[in-house]
Design a protein around this ligand. Sequence first.
Ligand code: GLP
Length: 244
Amino acid sequence: EIYATADLAARSLADHIAALIRSRDAEGRPTVLGLATGSTPVRLYRQLIRLHREEHLSFKNVITFNLDEYYGLSRSHSESYWRFMQEQLFTHIDIRSGNIHLPDGTVSRGEVFSSCRKYEEQIVAAGGLDLQVLGIGRTGHIGFNEPGSTRDSRTRLVTLDQLTRRDAARDFLGEANVPRHAITMGVGTILSAKEIVLLAWGTGKAEVIARAVEDPANDSLPASFLQGHPRIRFLIDESAASLL
Ligand code: GLP
């Protein structure tokens, strides 16, 4: 779906999420959302905050699972995804703190495996992801599933690609400060969501969007695996669509 502006795309997805939350509320069931970080979903979060303030959209029965977290950063670190989500969304809405989940980037190496397995179990116990929101990295990553990630991969510790670390360098005031590892939901975890929506804006994403949509699905571009999902939409602006 190609929109004239990123804001229109973000608005459309926010309205869709609001309708989902309200219909599940009416059935007395929680809504389980998979959320993403990066600059792309910020517009979506602004729209959700607006719907909360102006149209009484409640997040009391919403459970969230974020895609990923840098490994080795404390929650309070200025670039942790925990902090990002608090600042961009959670502190502005009425979500219960116990319903918020992010991979734990602070566990020791010896605890990573069980921590990742627990994350997967928590998603299943919540009833599975109703809707997963995604951005896309220039390497074709979704979450932090870099090239080489398999279709059936699950939550795990990964090594970040050099281009991904370079793209993050500005936020960390230098590439040397960017963590080398992260914990991410796997491609298989993402594909287990009942519905997936990927957002992308700007010419910088045009090439990777064209490849994700038009190349045969393969592990050198993990976002291409989304092609196999029965309910996947890419909501993009005209610049991100310019090479399609
Ligand atoms: C990071 C995140 C991804 C995100 C990507 C793109 O690598 N782990 O989930 O999609 O950045 O970021 P941006 O939206 O800032 O372009």
